[in-house]
Design a protein. Structure first.
Length: 178
């Protein structure tokens, strides 16, 4: 199994007809596949494997594997907004499972993003730590926008017991996982 700290603007696939950066630009190992998706504009932990059972364990909602994300959002979320998030939200594709969210300080391990996020002088930003047990398309971004605090930067930190493990952006390594 490979863990990879996916940089911003990298596609989670090995080929692209449009010339965009893909996993092939970073990982020279054939016949492995991403366990779950991470959008091109999101960063952080990506697990790659050829083990279908492991892939299912990490990605199927019925397995209840928590995924932890750190998101930098626009504004300062209210207690009411955070409570709505924790109860589950009704999005266009249905209700989300309840998710954990808390306001945190910017983690010390966060690297500089290239390019940097857009910042507005008049609007503060806040870091939140989010734990999800499902993975709908662009779910974190849609959930934070739904409660009124759009995501500016999104980093997946862990999937179950697997973490970024101090990898720098763009680095990968092979690990044993039992």
């Amino acid at each position: 199994m490979i863990i990879f700290n996916k940089p911003f603007d990298v596609l989670v696939q090995f080929t692209d007809d449009s010339g965009r950066k893909t996993l092939k630009d970073y990982i020279p190992i054939p016949d492995i596949y991403a366990a779950g998706r991470l959008d091109r504009d999101s960063e952080g932990l990506l697990v790659l494997t050829n083990d279908g059972q492991l892939q299912a364990k990490l990605t199927q909602p019925s397995k209840k594997t928590g995924k932890i994300y750190y998101a930098q959002v626009e504004g300062i979320p209210t207690a009411t907004a955070l409570a709505q998030f924790r109860e589950g939200l009704t999005l266009k594709d249905g209700k989300t499972l309840p998710a954990y969210i808390e306001i945190v300080e910017q983690p010390s391990w966060v690297w500089e993003r290239v390019p940097p996020i857009r910042e507005r002088q008049s609007i503060p930003v806040t870091w939140v730590k989010i734990t999800l047990f499902e993975g709908k398309n662009r779910q974190v971004r849609r959930m934070t926008a739904h409660i009124g605090y759009p995501t500016l930067r999104l980093i997946r930190f862990s999937m179950g017991d697997i973490t970024l493990d101090n990898l720098s952006s763009g680095e990968w390594k092979e690990i044993n996982f039992v």
